[in-house]
Design a protein around this ligand. Structure first.
Ligand code: DC
Length: 230
């Protein structure tokens, strides 16, 4: 079977990473969660008082970029790669609501995007990669053989994220999560640099009323169809 590049873009909490992980495991491809990289840079900014409720010192973040080392390390018991920020496993810390509240601001900074996009392109250089994010089919891999754009209603997405965070033991309300989802949708799709848009050649899937199995079956069929004709 020929190795291809699969780009999965879409709004937050659409389950992109679940699909991407399932696909990568099935195809024995590398999975890259590009959002984790933006989240890790955001965590760095929070830890160094670069971003807070009242301030965002963009110049300081830009000058610190060379000190931010991001690495994915595969965890075989989990079956996916975890995010390391300057050699520390931050997989749990980057998923908090606080990071979610700041990450879209950090992801608007062109210098941050440039650095992360370069690393993402390197990770996909040999193909055989499934990467999810917001600009994967448009900016990171515009020539990807297969592009998906995943969508679902804001309420469904907020409910999924709320359930996840509650299960982890985080103290959050549904309203907070819905506000965060809607706010991020707005920033992610209206920012100047690489806004979230549906690439012309992306296959759009609304999974509001689909089970995980239905969604995987649909996407996997499309992937096999593509791999077999290349
Ligand atoms: O997929 P996620 O929710 O973990 O992504 C977190 C944020 O990172 C998202 O709100 C926007 C940003 N992001 C981005 O701008 N470009 C990407 N390729 C991936 C994520």
């Amino acid at each position: 079977m020929k190795n291809i590049t699969i780009a999965i873009d879409g709004f937050s909490s659409t389950g992109k990473s679940t699909i991407a992980k399932q696909l990568a495991n099935k195809l024995l491809y590398v999975y890259v969660d590009s959002g984790a990289m933006y989240r890790a840079v955001t965590l760095y900014a929070m830890q160094h008082n670069i971003i807070s409720k009242d301030n965002f010192y963009v110049d300081k973040l830009i000058s610190d970029l060379e000190n931010i080392n991001l690495l994915f390390k595969f965890n075989s018991s989990l079956g996916f790669a975890e995010m390391y920020l300057n050699n520390v496993n931050v997989e749990k810390e980057i998923r908090t609501l606080e990071v979610s509240n700041y990450v879209s601001k950090v992801a608007e900074v062109s210098e941050v995007r440039k650095k992360l996009v370069e690393q993402q392109q390197q990770m996909g250089i040999n193909k055989g990669v499934v990467m999810d994010g917001r600009d994967i089919g448009t900016v990171v891999f515009p020539n990807a053989e297969l592009k998906f754009f995943i969508n679902a209603s804001a309420e469904k997405r907020a409910q999924r994220r709320f359930d996840e965070l509650i299960e982890r033991g985080d103290k959050v309300t549904f309203k907070e999560i819905l506000n965060n989802v809607q706010h991020r949708d707005h920033i992610d799709s209206t920012r100047e640099d690489s806004p979230l848009i549906n690439a012309e050649d992306a296959i759009e899937i609304d999974n509001s009323d689909m089970s995980l199995e239905e969604q995987f079956d649909l996407i996997y069929k499309i992937v096999l169809g593509k791999i077999n004709i290349i």
